[in-house]
Write a protein of this length. Structure first.
Length: 136
């Protein structure tokens, strides 16, 4: 059974997670310094989340299509994204094995993995509060 029953569940959880990351000055300031734009294209259920740090001032999160082309695009199943935020996925290995595919300079995104690692600790509670309470 999939982790997210529909795109609305997925979007609610991911938006709440990135909201928490934005609120954490340590993570958000380092992400903003990167000036990276990255889209995560999920399947099963299908959705798209884009992070825009391009102005270096404000981390913006978009759900769905955007009017700009991100520097990096990452394609994966939604369940794999869930496992990633639980700290269970080795991204370089997932890229090599084809579980994740990418477009653009993925090395830039990989360099930010240590920056977002603290989010692994907050993700389970965000998932619980946005899925279990909504569906339970």
């Amino acid at each position: 059974m999939p982790v997210f029953k529909n795109a609305e569940d997925l979007n609610r959880v991911m938006f709440a997670l990135w909201d928490a990351i934005k609120a954490d000055k340590s993570m958000s300031s380092q992400l903003l310094r990167s000036k990276l734009t990255i889209s995560f294209i999920y399947r099963e259920p299908d959705s798209r989340l884009t992070l825009d740090c391009s102005d270096g001032e404000q981390l913006k999160v978009y759900i769905g299509e955007t009017n700009f082309k991100p520097a990096v695009e990452m394609f994966m199943k939604s369940d794999l994204a869930h496992d990633f935020w639980l700290g269970k996925v080795n991204i370089p290995l997932a890229l090599i094995s084809g579980k994740i595919s990418s477009k653009g300079p993925v090395n830039v995104a990989l360099a930010l993995l240590p920056v977002i690692k603290p989010a692994f600790k907050i993700y389970p509670a965000i998932y619980q509060s946005n899925i279990v309470e909504e569906n339970g």
